[in-house]
Design a protein around this ligand. Structure first.
Ligand code: HDE
Length: 703
């Protein structure tokens, strides 16, 4: 990995005189003082603190004195610990890692980090929800941010994308309205982190261009199982530019190595209560145990002629290019292998900006992207307090950086010398512009009158929404229909529901019928005249997560409910199988104290059943012994564990003695309920669990 280099604008020549406390002496007082300080707690001015428990008072029970500079400094700093949270994407989780190109992409781009497969470029990735505040839960129905900062040898490149490849709006002008409408309503301050309310649906129902993204937001993509299992997208069309100055359009895609998975809506609701930090914890713990999340970066590249031939405009961010039309070319991988040392210093202070590009990557005229190019630098001024946020360790480029920008709030560099301007003759060695190596904007030809219009080519709002819906598998379509019914059911204004139904009729009449039925509003869709009538496009099965899911337990969690008198041989076999499959196995006991197996071994469960509902696991096992089963039947936490696992279509392994619990839960035996009485049983259970859920059970439980 390239080592961080000195990034000071005017490096070297710092004052190197030893600090007085470091001066060599003949055992004088200064030395003694230094030694005595050791790891002492100090004030911000370096004064050792003698008492960190009690403030300075006049008399034992008297008032606190204003002169207590230790107390005042500590409390003042504390009072100012919070900085403004991001206006959107406030809640996020980040990690360090690296990116490695698979090959030299020189024919497409001159970007150095995409040209040398031997270089590991350091990265910092931050995943986020959009609408909720920094302290909100991890599993609302929401789009997820997928932002990656590449610290390349030519400067920082930020790929600031989402886990959905299209966006709600076509023009930056509407972004403040969209965000106002989506966030909590301004008079009442709720709902937090939820789009299921009137203002959001009011706005989107009046903005038909949002329909494609709305379909994605109502799909399983908006309730991911894990940040490690999300796809990511650059969304806009960008440009690659080669060393010869040849430009080609490019779209970026991230694919997780362990595959994608989502939770069911009922699980999402319950996870928010059981573990509001579900995603953050999952990412952190995976990296801590060395199970490093990995994504493949692919691109779709295309020239102007191909762009012209597509049935929509590649500058319209509400559209995607199906990979069946234009295949993905894998170009490299990202591995996240280090948790932040400090959440605030890194995850909170990282400042992404789509305008952070390096030579070889350039912008398209997508009007949403163009607006973003202003917004991100601007927002950091109020969020991070001034224009020197690039000096924060997480934001500093790892390559040398020199310029004559000076001063301003929170300046932490100490530039040397009398020259702070260019051109100059006083400092011949000072930094100069470099036409050969510098960033050169691709000279795309521009002409036309100044105007405020929406291009004709942006008018089709329904065809790709229809394409998305019809490309889903049956369970995914079910989830979309129930998500609409849920969200619109929370909308109080009937006219808004009817307007949304009117759009759904254009997206897909069958979907509209289902949502109408779900709401009990049959035949109540508004008649809406589409700007452009929708057309049937060729389906794109790769848009479906389920259709391309491979059976696996990698990165998944097995929750084993154990009781006194458990069978240790079966537990050992399960543990070995979990390790072989790359899964994590956690034990859930009646309490977190030790329990004994039938043959006298002991184990300490990771969780007590009351604190570890089955929604926290991908699959569960009931490793229960006969003598305790009757008592367990009476425990609500145990029965909820089983009822939910069944209703959430999970694969359930059970030792024969656990059968009465399944009977009490009225769980009908199906392919996903597997008896484990021997090692062979463990294998059958593991094979079934790799498929995640038994979708056929849904007709029985209506999950
Ligand atoms: Fe953002 N967006 N955005 N956005 N966005 C921000 O920048 C904005 C858009 C995205 O983990 C803000 O530093 C405008 C699309 C991510 O720190 C802000 C428009 C996409 C993150 C901002 C968009 C994104 C942000 C808030 C329309 C997907 C979190 C704090 C013109 C391609 C990055 C901040 C992180 C954050 C503005 C639309 C992704 C206010 C004006 C499209 C992942 O500057």
């Amino acid at each position: 990995m390239t080592k961080p280099k000195n990034t000071s604008p005017t490096p070297a020549k710092r004052n190197t005189a030893p600090h007085p406390f470091e001066q060599a002496g003949n055992g004088g007082e200064l030395h003694q003082t230094t030694d005595q300080r050791g790891h002492s707690l100090t004030t911000n001015q370096g004064v050792v603190i003698a008492d960190d428990q009690n403030s300075l008072t006049a008399g034992e029970r008297g008032p606190t004195l204003l002169e207590d500079f230790v107390l005042r400094e500590k409390i003042t700093h504390f009072d100012h610990e919070r900085i403004p949270e991001r206006i959107v994407h406030a809640r996020g989780s980040g990690a360090h890692g690296y990116f490695q190109a698979y090959r030299d992409l020189g024919e497409l781009t001159c970007a150095a980090f995409l040209r040398n497969p031997d270089v590991l470029t350091p990265v910092f990735a931050r995943f986020s929800t959009v609408a909720g505040g920094a302290g909100s839960v991890d599993l609302p129905r929401d789009v997820r941010g997928f932002a990656v900062k590449f610290y390349t040898e030519e400067g920082n490149f930020d790929l600031v994308g989402n886990n959905i490849p299209v966006f709600f709006i076509q023009d930056a002008m509407k972004f403040p309205d969209l965000v106002h409408a989506a966030k909590m309503e301004p008079d009442r301050g709720y709902p937090q982190a939820a789009t299921a309310h009137d203002t959001f649906w009011d706005f989107v129902s009046l903005m038909p261009e949002s329909m494609h993204m709305i379909l994605w937001a109502m799909s399983d993509r908006a309730v991911p199982r894990s940040l490690r299992m999300m796809e990511g997208f650059g969304v806009h069309t960008f440009r690659f530019v080669s060393a010869e100055g040849k430009s080609i359009f490019v779209k970026f895609h991230w694919r997780p190595r362990i595959g994608s998975a989502s939770v069911l809506w009922d699980e999402a609701v319950k996870i928010c209560g059981a573990d509001p930090d579900f995603h953050r914890r999952d990412l952190y713990e995976a990296i801590e145990r060395g199970d490093f999340p990995e994504w493949e970066l692919s691109v779709q590249t295309f020239d102007e002629a191909t762009a012209e031939s597509l049935p929509f405009d590649v500058l319209d961010p509400t559209k995607l290019i199906p990979e069946e039309t234009l295949p993905l070319q894998p170009i490299g991988k990202m591995v996240l292998n280090r948790n932040p040392d400090n959440f605030f210093a890194e995850t909170e202070q990282v400042a992404f900006h789509p305008g952070h590009v390096v030579p070889g990557i350039d912008f398209s005229d997508d009007p949403l992207l163009q607006g973003r190019l202003f917004s991100y630098l601007d927002t950091q001024l109020s969020r991070l307090g001034g224009p020197n946020f690039h000096q924060l360790p997480i934001n500093r480029p790892r390559c040398p950086m020199h310029n004559f920008q000076r001063d301003a709030l929170m300046q932490t560099d100490v530039p040397q010398g009398r020259v702070n301007y260019e051109p100059n003759s006083l400092a011949p060695e000072s930094p100069k512009e470099n036409p050969a190596a510098g960033f050169a904007t691709h000279p795309a030809t521009q002409s036309g009158d100044k105007m405020r219009v929406r291009p004709e080519s942006f008018r089709d709002h329904y065809s790709q929404a229809r394409l998305f819906y019809r490309s889903m598998t049956a369970p995914e379509q079910d989830h979309i229909a129930s998500a609409f019914a849920f969200e619109l059911g929370k909308v109080e204004t009937v006219a808004i529901r009817r307007r949304v139904l009117g759009h759904l009729r254009h997206v897909d009449p069958e979907l509209c019928d289902r949502v109408e039925r779900g709401l009990g509003m049959e035949g109540q869709a508004d008649a809406i005249a589409p700007a452009a009538p929708p057309v049937d496009l060729d389906l794109s099965p790769t848009l479906s997560l389920l259709a391309k899911a491979k059976p696996t337990l990698e990165g998944r969690k097995i929750g084993v409910l154990v009781s006194e008198g458990y069978d240790s041989a079966i537990l050992d076999a399960l543990q070995t199988a979990a390790e072989t499959e790359g899964a994590v196995l956690e034990l859930i006991g009646p309490h977190v104290g030790e329990i004994k197996s039938s043959s006298g071994q002991t184990l300490t469960p990771h969780h007590a059943v009351a604190a570890a509902p089955s929604v926290l696991f991908d699959t569960v096992v009931l490793a229960i012994s006969g003598p305790v089963v009757d008592a367990m039947k009476q425990k609500a936490a145990v029965m909820n564990f089983i009822l939910d696992a069944y209703a959430h279509l999970k694969i359930i392994g059970y030792t024969p003695d656990a059968m009465p619990l399944l009977d009490r839960a009225e769980a009908a035996i199906d392919d996903g309920i597997v008896e484990i009485d021997t090692r062979g049983g463990v294998t059958s259970y593991i094979d079934a669990a790799k498929y995640g859920r038994v979708w056929s059970r849904a007709v029985l439980v209506q999950a």
